[in-house]
Design a protein around this ligand. Structure first.
Ligand code: FAD
Length: 466
């Protein structure tokens, strides 16, 4: 009987473990997870902090008991793998009960990524938070609940807390204008905090198109979020607790700060075992997500993936890739060699009352480095038939390769519920299949007045740039 050992019990790890066991019930599957949570949806944490999701437990898709009893997986939480010996084919895991050495025939490193904080003075002040784990989410929710209790914002006759900014605890700071920063700005504002968001570059949501970034920026302003662009945070001031965020140009008083400045792949364990990293700093793998060490795989936020447009190795730490690559590895380990597929960098974000999505290559420098001659156009189009009530606007940016017309990427933004995110899926298909914009313009998309116009905004965008 062969043994499949998995390090890391979340998206990539548990997808692999479940698939391997399902396809080959004779396989011994052992999962080591250093924390107490497994198979959790970190993506839901901003909505838990906001108060839309009541319990951390609600974010767990499959419980440890279900994995153990129903899926027959040997799941060991509270076990940190501290060493891999590829010659002996063993891992060493440490827990409160001591050390165990576990043999493996196949090994998956699915250790994820950790939130990074830039080297800013005053990082040791109280009241500074990151959001990378369930326990971070718990801490932030407790902070929000405490502050709301202090301000007695929970009285039912007061209505939504955000209407009472003048009575709030706060102000609070958010450092970083990526999707976590934007989602947390919403979560905090909805709880009545006055939110100040600091972004070092000249726009938020940098991986989206400029037109999308501008739309989200404008909307954050409408929601009373103060956004500071080109704001390099130089220090967090205060004696014990943080009292102000200092930038080159401003000093903004705050009572708490969420630092959302990105993640770093957790690769120490892999590196120590001789696993090679790629240029992105994440674990390099082949199309089957196998590392340079035989029968040692890596997937999810700790690993690279191949971009479907550029063919380059990229580090795009998102949930579907982790699940998909983990599942493919499980299938391979169970006997059917399976590729995990490439990534298009598809991502979505909700910011208060608007939604945005992006896919493919939008950055002209990246496109040019990959040998393309990028051309971008942005259009605004109605989201539903003109005569249909409650229509909105969808803004679509398409980027194509000028000589060939190949669709390289797209970015969309609309009012929440007006379909920017779902429309992006047509573009994901075009980007992934490498179709031309003329072919995209001929896509037979569904149409009915409550959903779109006869020519969906995606088709209109394709016709405009064609
Ligand atoms: P992780 O989820 O990080 O899991 C890795 C696990 O390995 C952890 O549980 C860790 O404790 C464990 N581990 C690490 N080292 C060891 C060791 N040595 N021994 C044992 N165990 C170890 N993605 C999206 O696509 N859409 C979103 O909207 C979205 N929102 C997000 C919001 C937030 C706030 C966060 C934090 C992430 C969000 N993500 C989102 C990203 C998504 O959660 C990740 O891409 C996904 O969780 C990656 O799964 P993973 O299994 O690779 O890694």
């Amino acid at each position: 009987m062969s043994t499949f050992v998995v390090v890391g019990g979340d998206a990539a790890g548990m997808s692999a473990a479940s698939k391997a066991k399902r396809d080959d019930p004779d396989l011994d599957v052992v999962v080591f997870e250093k924390g107490e949570w497994i198979s959790y949806g970190a993506c839901g944490l901003p909505y838990y902090i906001k108060g839309e999701i009541q319990s951390l437990q609600d974010l767990v898709s499959v419980t440890p008991e279900q994995f153990r009893e129903e899926r027959d997986i040997d799941l060991r939480t509270g076990h940190e793998v501290v060493a891999i010996d590829p010659d002996d084919r063993t891992v060493t895991a440490r827990s409160d009960a001591g050390e165990v050495v576990q043999e493996y025939d196949h090994l998956l490193i699915a250790t994820g990524a950790a939130a990074v904080t830039p080297p800013i003075d005053g990082l040791d002040r109280q009241g500074l938070y990151t959001l990378g784990s369930m326990s971070d989410g718990k801490d932030l929710r407790e902070y929000v609940s405490r502050a709301r209790e202090e301000e007695d914002l929970q009285q039912p006759d007061r209505g939504p807390a955000c209407q009472f900014l003048e009575t709030c605890n706060g102000p609070v700071g958010v450092v970083g204008g990526g999707y976590i920063g934007v989602e947390m700005a919403e979560a905090l504002a909805a709880n009545g905090f006055e939110v100040h968001l600091f972004q070092r570059g000249d726009r938020i949501l940098k991986s989206f198109s400029e037109a999308t970034s501008e739309a989200v920026l404008e909307h954050l302003g409408e929601q009373d979020v103060a956004v500071y662009l080109n704001a390099e945070v130089t220090s967090f001031e205060g004696t014990d607790a943080v009292e102000a965020v200092k930038t080159d140009d401003d000093r903004v008083p705050v009572e708490m700060v969420l630092v959302g400045t990105g993640v770093r792949p957790r690769t120490d364990l892999a590196e120590d075992a001789g696993v090679e990293l790629g240029e992105t700093g994440a674990v390099a793998t082949d199309a089957y997500r196998e590392t340079n060490l035989p029968d040692v795989y890596a997937a999810g936020d700790c690993a690279e993936a191949t971009h479907v447009v550029t063919g380059e190795a990229v580090h795009v730490p998102l949930a579907l890739t982790a699940n998909r690559h983990g599942r493919a590895i499980g299938q391979t380990v169970a006997g059917e060699r399976t590729e995990g597929g490439g990534v298009a960098g598809t991502a979505a974000v909700k910011a208060f009352d608007i939604e945005a999505a992006r896919t493919g290559v939008l950055d002209h420098d990246i496109a040019q480095a990959a040998g393309f001659d990028p051309l971008a156009r942005t259009i605004d189009a109605k989201s539903r038939a003109g005569y249909y009530p409650e229509s909105g606007t969808v803004r679509v940016t398409l980027t194509v390769d000028r000589p060939t017309g190949r669709v390289l990427g797209g970015s969309l933004v609309s009012e929440y519920g007006e379909g920017a995110v779902h429309r992006s899926h047509a573009l994901v298909g075009a980007v992934t299949e490498g179709v031309s914009v003329a072919e995209l313009a001929n896509y037979d998309l569904a149409y009915a007045p409550p959903f779109n116009t006869t020519w969906d905004p995606v088709l209109t965008a394709a016709k405009v740039i064609e």
